[in-house]
Design a protein around this ligand. Structure first.
Ligand SMILES: *[C@@H]1O[C@H](CO)[C@@H](O)[C@H](O)[C@H]1NC(C)=O
Ligand SMILES: *[C@@H]1O[C@H](CO)[C@@H](O)[C@H](O)[C@H]1NC(C)=O
Ligand SMILES: *[C@@H]1O[C@H](CO)[C@@H](O)[C@H](O)[C@H]1NC(C)=O
Ligand SMILES: *[C@@H]1O[C@H](CO)[C@@H](O)[C@H](O)[C@H]1NC(C)=O
Ligand SMILES: *[C@@H]1O[C@H](CO)[C@@H](O)[C@H](O)[C@H]1NC(C)=O
Length: 393
């Protein structure tokens, strides 16, 4: 087996990984006391979905929250990426779900809801537009204009639009796909404009994951363990290609509009590649830790499903059929906050949050290959005064 016979090389990879993964956390640069607002779907839902339905939702039950003995409505065995980002920003509490009673939203909140979409009318959920409307309703009573201007608005949404589209249009041709991608990304643009009109100026947009590689998608479309369902990856890629240019345009016409794009697609893809997954310390990346089926991908937490639960969730990239383990979420948190431009560009969150609010950005998002980008920035860590997380490509 590859794992046994190449122990030395695996240890070598770990060593390199460790050397690169050693950023100073604060290094003399103080992070201003601003807020973190998250919008989107189940990935960023801190417990809001529980308020939409009288039925018991799976993510409120064991084994969700297993690692922290706290199934609280998050789709993970513990914390989710925004919780780690909040911690790195010096926010003393986990980002609370806005719909839970008596939560403290003084440093931000999660408006994200499982099943959220950009288009259509999601069942027992909110579109991104509706999430922003809720933000606007709460604004006057909770946050002043200066705080909003300096705070971060992190958005991750769209996967449910493409899953729904593919389910309902299994044989859509290229032009139907392009038309759908255009309507989804146009809607995202108008929603970002809506938030910008509410006073937000600092945006973090996460590209869509390779949806076709989710264990639940591999399982539903019967691709086997080796292959992803490429039609969904193609849609995600088309969507993602539009994000950077769209935000460049928005920054060009509205000075003071600041953004960055987190290349989540490749972050996930790298971790599913058999020649790379071990260097990120994942043994299982194509099947879930919790669930049933060929990829153990369905039904985690559901009362009537006899789910399998893996022994050691930290070996897994995916906790359920489409959401990541806490270990992976912590890696995403580190990358969002402190990665170099081959992962998040033109700035990481540490840089975006300390960048003077209201000023035009000095750099744009570049459609260049990540590898080229890494070379061009190879000296930037030292000039920044701290190490950046990088990823082998
Ligand atoms: C959330 O649900 C609780 C209990 O069902 C309810 O009392 C509360 O008003 C809801 N919150 C919002 C903001 O809708
Ligand atoms: C809310 O949390 C902040 C820290 O984020 C804390 O300073 C403040 O006292 C809290 N407010 C209440 C009412 O608990
Ligand atoms: C899902 O697709 C159907 C068929 O195209 C559409 O009617 C519905 O609005 C979509 N649902 C969402 C939430 O977008
Ligand atoms: C996981 O899937 C990738 C393709 O997405 C494939 O290259 C790899 O071999 C698979 N890993 C395992 C352990 O089957
Ligand atoms: C890993 O495999 C992929 C194809 O699955 C290939 O494109 C890539 O160059 C490989 N990376 C390394 C570091 O060997």
């Amino acid at each position: 087996m590859a794992v046994n016979c190449s122990l030395a090389s695996v240890l070598g990879v770990f060593l390199v990984f460790t050397l690169f993964h050693n950023p100073n956390t604060v290094a003399g640069q103080s992070i201003p006391a601003v807020g973190l607002f998250t919008f989107g779907d189940s990935n960023f839902d801190a417990g809001n979905k529980q308020n939409f339905t009288t039925a018991n939702v799976a993510q409120g039950f064991w084994p969700y929250g297993k690692s922290r003995d706290n199934p609280n409505g998050k789709f993970s065995d513990g914390l989710i990426a925004p919780d780690f980002v909040a911690k790195f920003m010096g926010i003393p509490i986990e980002i609370p779900p806005v719909l839970r009673l008596n939560v403290n939203v003084s440093r931000g909140a999660s408006f994200a809801v499982a099943d959220a979409t950009l288009l259509g009318a999601p069942v027992e959920s909110w579109t991104l537009t509706q999430q922003i409307q809720r933000f606007n309703l709460m604004k006057a009573g909770n946050w002043n204009d200066d705080f909003i201007k300096k705070s971060l608005f992190v958005i991750y949404i769209g996967a449910n639009d493409y899953l729904n589209f593919t389910k309902n249009n299994p044989v859509a041709d290229a032009s139907a796909q392009q038309a759908f991608v255009t309507s989804v990304t146009n809607k995202l643009k108008s929603d970002i404009t809506l938030l910008s009109n509410s006073g937000a100026t600092k945006f973090v947009i996460q590209t869509l994951a390779p949806i076709g590689c989710f264990p639940i998608v591999r399982q539903d479309y019967k691709t086997g363990v080796e292959n992803c369902y490429e039609p969904l990856n193609d849609l995600a890629k088309q969507h993602n290609e539009k994000i950077g240019p769209m935000l460049n345009d928005m920054a060009a016409v509205s000075s003071g509009f600041q953004f960055t794009v987190f290349d989540f697609y490749n972050v996930i893809l790298r971790r599913t590649q058999s020649n790379l997954s071990l260097s990120y310390r994942f043994l299982k990346t194509n099947v879930s830790c919790c669930g049933v089926g060929t990829h153990d991908a369905y039904g985690c937490g559901l009362p009537n499903v006899h789910s399998k639960l893996c022994e050691y969730q930290r070996s897994y990239l995916f906790y359920d059929g489409r959401h990541n383990t806490e270990k992976a979420q912590e890696q995403f948190g580190h990358l969002l906050f402190g990665a170099n431009p081959n992962v998040i560009q033109p700035m990481n969150i540490r840089e975006l949050v300390t960048y003077p609010a209201g000023e035009p950005m000095r750099e744009v998002w570049l459609p260049t290959l990540s590898a080229t980008f890494q070379d061009r920035h190879s000296s930037s860590s030292s000039s920044r005064g701290y190490e950046l997380y990088t990823e082998s490509l």
